[in-house]
Every structure is written in structure tokens, then in C-alpha cells.
Design a protein around this ligand. Structure first.
Ligand code: ADP
Ligand code: MG
Length: 453
């Protein structure tokens, strides 16, 4: 494999990469960079943690910025992901390439000042980008390249209108680039509306969406038994660095409180917190806190070194969300574990995920009895000021029938791939769920659809 130096990148960039101990490209970088440099549109599908960020940043930052007028716009679904991409870019960008990072929940004035300096690279979330366009602070006609990270979720309901608006404002002569670990056919089809003869790069084994180094396991439990199982798993696996995913902000708060009471070092991140709190939590987790309790706001793109365990307090009902969540561990060929709690009525989700993600998920033997008293005590202490936190399988009862009822594992052998079938599951207006991402508005019929949860 060629090194970056041998690939003919400019010297300043090669040295900057070297300072980060990055000397030779990963597979996705090697294959993507020449296509981007040739100016063609490109769609890149490559596993979580395989290095997609630099695959788009390196060719963009390799441009000669002296006197260069064109601007690159990078779109990301969450504020933290926009910030993370911007941190990576900041470390390797040429001195004369100004950057602006724009996202909701942070000062508009600071971002407008950054935009006033004619940045060559703008990284942001769609909602804030549109706001800034409407204030005439961000000029779409300067933009010659648009890069959409986590493209499948960005071109899905909930985001698509915002992204479509942004693309309609930007020159139609632009270069467009999409990246994700998952690219359902349905989204691929839509994406063609926004691209010109794109080159499609499928990196690695066509079917491989989840990294092989992850060991997947599950345990069947409902109600308070889930908390007992959570503690048993923590005792058994003894995670060094772990994200625990919850469906709602409310549940995340509760688990955070519960684990804190047990003396664990936990940080909390969800869409109900102020932006500075969210950023503080992620920063502290990066620096060494042991647990991050999060909603799907942390499910995509977040790159934290050395995460050993991912725990799904609720197994996600969308296999793609499972893939992205567990992909926060085992990055760049490292090892990782993924553990999911599964309600009795959710058993068939295991088969769905196994099928779509092409992985094995094994049942785990846990002794939950040991923690019965601890959990009972927690509930007793909280009963006074809580209203029925039971961690039951609430989302299914009364949801109008999620698509899984009546399936059994036998029916999966006929499943023809594609993820169309799952879409129906989201349409139940689960407004209590936290997407935590940066869409402009969460009201109105089309906004009720939550691709993240
Ligand atoms: P993806 O977007 O595909 O999930 P990221 O772009 O977040 O993956 O990269 C995952 C990790 O790999 C990051 O921590 C990044 O610093 C590291 N990385 C990326 N490219 C290289 C490289 N060429 N050499 C060494 N490490 C790399
Ligand atoms: Mg990424």
C-alpha cells in the first residue's frame, strides 16, 4: 500500500497527518481519494470506524487554497459529529484555509463571524446551516462541493427536506459526496436525484456492515429485571469504556442516576441537555470517564478511542441503528463487545438484526438474582417522585402494532434483504423518543418520523 507521501499529497498535509501518526491510507481512503480528486460525484459505503472522515477531508484539504475561491460544505446529523469532524480538520488543514463550524445550541454571532472570514470549509448541521443561509451569513453560491456524512439518515425522512433545501440553494455544478456504513437501496435510489453519475464505492465485503471484531450477546429481561441484568453484565464484562444506549431522555436520566448511586463514573448525553452539557459529557467521556449514558444522539459517527463495550438497554427495533450503535466500539480493527437487553416481546428482533447485520448474537448467562435488592431499593427510594418507571416494553403496547408481531424466526429465510419493511415501524409518532439530532423543528406531521430512534 502506498503512503500518503507516495500518493502525491501536498507536503504540508502529509506532515500534519504524520504528526497525528497517520502515514498510510486505510482501504476506504485509498479508494475514495482518487475519485474525489478527479471531481466526480461519489457514494461511499464502508464499515464503521474504517476512516471515512479522512477519506473526504484529505482530498478537500489537499487543494491549493491560495487564491482558491471554492468552498466545501460538510453536513452531519448531530452537533457533536459536526464538531468532531471539525476537530479532525483543524489538526491537518493548511494555514490559509479558514474553517467555520456551525450548529444549533451555540452562539449564532460567533458562527456568523467565522462565516464572514470566507471559510473554504464549512462543517455543520442542516438546521443551523439553513438559518445562516436565510440570514445571508452563509452564501450557498460559493459552495462547489457538498459532502454528506451519515448520508443514509440525512436523506431519510426527518432530514431530507432540510438537506434538499440546502442542495437546491447550492450550485448545480457542484461535486456531491455521500458516505455511510449503511446505504439501503431505498436511500440509494433517492440519492441519485441529487448527484451526477456518481461512482459507487462499496468497500470491503459487500455484505459486511458490522465489523467482525465485535462479540455480540443478549439477555432476555423485562421491567426492573433489566436493571439487575445491567449490573450483572457490568460485573461480568467489567467494561473499561462503555456507552449505554437508551431510547428516551427520561430513561437515560434514570439510568444515569441509578448507576451514579451504585458508584459508577457516568456521563450523560441526550437532546434535552444544554449544548454545553452535551459537549462536556462527551469530552469527559473521551478523556476517561467509564460510562456514557446516551440516546441515539451518540449512535452515529462518534469516534471515541478504545470503547470496549456497547450496551443496548433496549435492543433497537431498526437493525441499522444497531449496526451504527455497536460500531462505536471496535474502531480501526480493535476488539469490542456489544450487549443488548431484549424484552420477551422483542425476541424476534434478534433474528432481524442477525439477518440484516449478518452477525451472530449469542445468549448470555447472567445471574441477576444477586442484584434484586439493590434494584428494589432504588425503585422504593424513587417511587415518591416518579411516575411508574418500569422499563417495560412500552413502545410496543399501544403503538398500533409494530411490524414484528406475528413473525417468527422461520420467516426470515424468505427475507429478500433491503430495509423497506422496517420503515413501517417508525411511523407511530413516538414523540417521547430522543433523536437528539439537529433537525430544525420537531413538530408537524413530517417531523414526527424519527429515523434515529
Ligand atoms: P468512520 O467515519 O469510517 O466510522 P472515522 O473517520 O471516524 O471512521 O475514523 C476512525 C478512526 O480511525 C479515527 O480515530 C481516526 O483517527 C482513525 N484513522 C483514520 N484514518 C487513519 C489512518 N489512515 N491511519 C491511522 N488511523 C486512522
Ligand atoms: Mg464517520
Amino acid at each position: 500500500m502506498k503512503t500518503f507521501e507516495e500518493m502525491g499529497l501536498n507536503h504540508e498535509l502529509v506532515s500534519a497527518l504524520k504528526r497525528q501518526n497517520i502515514t498510510s491510507p486505510t482501504d476506504v481512503q485509498e479508494k475514495t481519494m482518487p475519485v474525489v480528486l478527479s471531481g466526480k460525484d461519489v457514494i461511499v459505503r464502508s464499515k464503521t470506524g474504517s476512516g471515512k472522515t479522512l477519506a473526504f477531508l484529505i482530498p478537500v484539504l489537499n487543494k491549493d487554497y491560495s487564491g482558491h475561491k471554492s468552498t466545501t460544505l460538510v453536513l452531519a446529523p448531530t452537533r457533536e459529529l459536526a464538531l468532531q469532524i471539525s476537530t479532525v480538520a483543524e489538526k491537518i488543514k493548511p494555514r490559509d484555509c479558514w474553517m467555520a463550524t456551525v450548529y444549533g445550541g451555540a452562539s449564532m454571532n460567533v458562527q456568523m463571524d467565522a462565516l464572514a472570514r470566507n471559510p473554504r470549509l464549512i462543517i455543520g448541521t442542516p438546521g443551523r446551516i439553513i438559518d445562516l443561509m436565510k440570514r445571508n451569513a452563509l452564501h450557498p453560491h460559493d459552495i462547489s462541493t457538498v459532502i454528506i456524512d451519515e448520508a443514509d439518515t440525512m436523506l431519510d425522512m426527518g432530514f431530507i427536506e432540510d438537506v434538499e433545501y440546502i442542495l437546491s440553494e447550492v450550485s448545480q455544478q457542484r461535486q456531491t459526496m455521500l458516505l455511510s456504513a449503511t446505504m439501503p437501496d431505498r436511500v440509494l435510489k433517492i440519492s441519485r436525484n441529487y448527484m451526477k453519475n456518481p461512482v459507487a464505492l462499496n468497500i470491503g465485503d459487500e455484505d459486511e456492515v458490522t465489523v467482525k471484531q465485535i462479540k455480540h450477546s443478549y439477555f432476555i429481561a423485562d421491567g426492573s429485571r433489566k436493571l439487575e441484568a445491567l449490573l450483572s453484565y457490568i460485573e461480568l464484562s467489567n467494561p473499561r469504556k462503555c456507552i449505554i444506549f437508551l431510547r428516551t431522555k427520561h430513561e437515560a436520566n434514570l439510568i444515569h442516576e441509578f448507576l451514579r448511586k451504585q458508584g459508577f463514573d457516568t456521563m450523560l448525553m441526550h437532546g434535552g441537555l444544554t449544548q454545553s452539557k452535551r459537549e462536556h459529557s462527551l469530552k469527559t467521556f473521551r478523556k476517561g470517564a467509564r460510562f456514557l449514558i446516551a440516546t441515539n444522539v451518540a449512535a452515529r459517527g462518534i469516534d471515541v478511542n478504545d470503547i470496549t463495550d456497547i450496551i443496548n438497554f433496549d435492543i433497537p427495533d431498526d437493525p441499522l441503528i444497531y449496526v451504527h450503535r455497536v460500531g462505536r466500539s471496535a474502531r480501526m480493527g480493535k476488539e469490542g463487545k456489544a450487549f443488548s437487553l431484549v424484552g420477551n416481546k422483542q425476541r424476534n428482533l434478534i433474528e432481524e438484526i442477525k439477518y440484516i447485520a449478518k452477525i451472530e448474537i449469542s445468549p448470555l448467562n447472567l445471574n441477576t438474582f444477586k442484584y434484586r435488592d439493590v434494584v428494589a431499593k432504588f425503585f422504593a427510594e424513587n417511587r415518591a417522585n416518579r411516575h411508574g418507571d418500569r422499563f417495560d416494553d412500552r413502545q410496543r403496547s399501544g403503538s398500533g402494532g409494530g411490524g414484528y408481531h406475528g413473525h417468527n424466526s422461520g420467516s426470515f429465510s424468505n427475507h429478500q434483504g433491503g430495509n423497506k419493511r422496517y420503515r413501517g415501524n417508525y411511523r407511530h409518532g413516538r414523540s417521547e423518543r430522543d433523536s437528539g439530532d439537529d433537525r430544525r423543528s420537531s413538530s408537524g406531521a413530517t417531523r414526527r418520523f424519527r429515523p434515529f430512534s
